[in-house]
Design a protein around this ligand. Structure first.
Ligand code: FDA
Length: 584
């Protein structure tokens, strides 16, 4: 028939951004279709570090157990090694991903969820499987070709890659999550800053039993510095665990200004053996691929009814492990807003808050990841490999650090300082959890932004300042079981947290929800109420008196807070929500 396929939201792409957008929309009951170019999900492991914020979001979706079941847990992730090969000289170790005992406390206090290592090849099938189960209609082998928009919607032309048949899909909104080479971003002429393809990297996925070489220093990452072999790229080889300890991925640089290398099995095996430092270990090459290191971000994420998410709008190296995480978090920010607009619970102006909130995050992570690459420089300097191009001299300079001379002592001290800097790549908890949004979907309380007591990139600072992520702490149910503040919020709804002297806020929330036709979960925290403040942590974290309240958005960011009970709390709450939701 000539009837055109229609849907509320068309999602283009099924990577971390598109796959999670589908999961959120399906969970929120929004009608949508996903199209994705290939026959299945990512075919190589690619992104893997899955940070607490992402696991927390999956917890909100009710699938944290899927992530934990497939991910490698933190205790096998954190002894990041710098060496000349896996069998060679160990240059130093950095405890990473929050595994330093002192940092572990920061991570444990900040979230109900632990980070883990979950390769994209395992993550995407979880996202896609769970969304399909909840109602997503996912069309594989279906390629986006072009789009035209008008006041009421977007008409997207797609091609079925099996039959070659081209057909239109009509959607009210489009989420374009078509990755780092986004055709949609080009077609809607999104403004970008920065450059692409600054350096070339090659991924080699292989099987080899390396347990004997790594089990005593379990890590996701083994950085290998071999004078004479490094060209372009990140300047050193990386041996990355995919599955402990027999599936691996090597990242190796190549000169992007030369024609791309033809990587056959023999070449891949030689590179792998060099980095292991033992060519008697059996290695089976699974795949090789080339990719570029980018430093490019969009300054706008929206063109009319088309919203872009993920690598389509922020393109950067894997440093800090932020690629997939930020992509999921973009979609999480967008999905509840689209759901509320489509359900008639919010005005279209709410959608303006998407790029207001996420574009600064995209810029931040692109710059952070690139800076982390530059911050390998001091390690090279300390080892004496940047002062000469001669590999033999470089090797001699590296070895010189073992000498009993004042120069060698200075070299050792410089190396320690240089390794310390890597905390900004591997323990950047503030970058991972510390986003504070500013937009029309955040109503300020007139207080100035709280400052940072510790380094803002390394440390997460819990605050209920409007725009910040709701601080986590454990509360008690009436049976004394522990639930996180993040467990009683989210679920696609607004929530309100108050204390016994603020009980009237909870009643006000019922009235406001009724008059606005939205859902608000109100929780009174105190003895004999819905939840108890088990350890007194909420009282220490909430930053408002017991008679105040904290209004939490569906994405667990604070939308507004009150410092006291006002004369007409229902009117105040209704007004605030009306503004936030563009209903005023
Ligand atoms: P992503 O690229 O994952 O997904 C894009 C989706 O859009 C895919 O489903 C694709 O099929 C689909 N698509 C594209 N064009 C389409 C079209 N015209 N029509 C329909 N569908 C279309 N990060 C990291 O942290 N560590 C790492 O080691 C690596 N390594 C790495 C290697 C390689 C080879 C790549 C390409 C990328 C990485 N990354 C990485 C980056 C990381 O993979 C990236 O940040 C996330 O996958 C981004 O998720 P997105 O969903 O935005 O895009």
């Amino acid at each position: 028939s000539d009837e055109i396929l229609t849907t509320d939201v068309l999602v283009i792409g099924s990577g971390p951004a598109g796959g999670s957008a589908a999961l959120f929309l399906a969970t929120y009951g929004v009608d949508h279709i996903v199209i994705t170019k290939y026959r299945w999900t990512a075919n190589t492991p690619r992104a893997h570090i899955t940070n607490q914020r992402t696991v927390e979001i999956m917890r909100d979706m009710g699938i944290e157990d899927d992530i934990k079941a497939q991910g490698t847990p933190p205790d096998l992730m954190g002894d990041t090694v710098f060496c000349t090969s896996l069998t060679g000289d160990e240059i130093g170790r950095v405890r990473t991903w929050g595994t330093h005992p002192a940092r572990k406390a920061d991570y444990t206090l900040a979230s109900p969820s632990e980070n883990c290592d979950l390769p994209q090849t395992l993550f995407e099938p979880i996202l896609v499987g769970r969304s399909a189960e909840r109602g997503s209609r996912i069309r594989f082998d279906t390629e986006y070709l072009s789009l035209v928009q008008d006041d009421a919607g977007v008409t997207v032309t797609v091609r079925d890659r099996l039959s070659g048949h081209t057909y239109p899909i009509r959607a009210k909104y489009v989420i374009a999550a078509d990755g780092g080479r986004s055709k949609v971003a080009e077609d809607v002429d999104l403004p970008f800053e920065g450059e692409m393809d600054l350096a070339g990297s090659m991924n080699i996925v292989f099987h080899a039993d390396l347990a004997r070489l790594v089990e005593h220093r379990p890590s996701v990452l083994y950085w290998v510095l071999q004078p004479g072999s490094e060209i372009g790229g990140i300047g050193m080889g990386l041996v990355r665990m995919v599955r402990p300890w027999d599936e691996w991925l090597v990242v190796w640089g190549y000169d992007i200004n030369q024609p791309p290398p033809q990587v056959d099995d023999a070449m891949a095996t030689r590179i792998v053996h060099d980095l292991i430092g033992d060519d008697t270990i059996p290695v089976t090459i699974r795949s090789t691929s080339l990719w570029g290191n980018n430093k490019r971000y969009a300054t706008r994420y929206r063109a009319g009814r088309v919203f872009l998410a993920g690598d389509a709008v922020h393109r950067h190296p894997p440093s800090n492990g932020l690629g997939s995480n930020t992509s999921v978090q973009d979609s999480y920010n967008l999905a509840w807003k689209l759901a509320m607009v489509l359900k008639g619970q919010a005005g279209e102006g709410l959608l303006d808050s998407y790029d207001a909130e996420r574009a600064p995050v995209g810029k931040q992570i692109v710059l952070r990841a690139n800076k982390s690459i530059e911050e390998f420089g001091p390690i090279f300097d300390a080892l004496g490999v940047s002062s000469t191009p001669d590999p033999e001299q470089q090797t001699a300079n590296m070895r010189a650090r073992a000498g009993n001379t004042p120069e060698a002592a200075a070299q050792r001290a410089a190396l320690l300082d240089a390794l310390e800097l890597k905390n900004y790549e591997f323990n950047a908890h503030g970058v991972e959890l510390g986003q504070r949004y500013r937009s029309g979907a955040v109503i300020g309380d007139g207080t100035p932004e709280p400052g940072y007591i510790r380094d803002s990139e390394l440390y997460y600072h819990a605050t209920t300042w409007p725009g910040a992520r709701l601080p986590h702490c454990w509360l008690g149910t009436d049976g004394g079981h522990k639930v996180s503040t993040h467990d009683i919020t989210g679920k696609g709804r607004f929530s309100l947290l108050t204390g016994i002297s603020g009980e009237a806020w909870a009643e006000a929330a019922v009235g406001a929800a009724r008059s606005l036709g939205i859902e608000i979960d109100a929780h009174v925290i105190g003895p004999g109420r819905t939840h108890t403040d088990l350890y007194g942590d909420w009282a220490r974290l909430r930053e408002v008196p017991e008679s105040g309240c904290v209004l939490v958005r569906p994405d667990a960011h604070v939308g507004w807070r009150a410092h006291e009970l006002t004369a007409d709390p229902e009117k105040e709450l209704t007004d605030v929500l009306a503004r936030l939701l563009d209903r005023a």
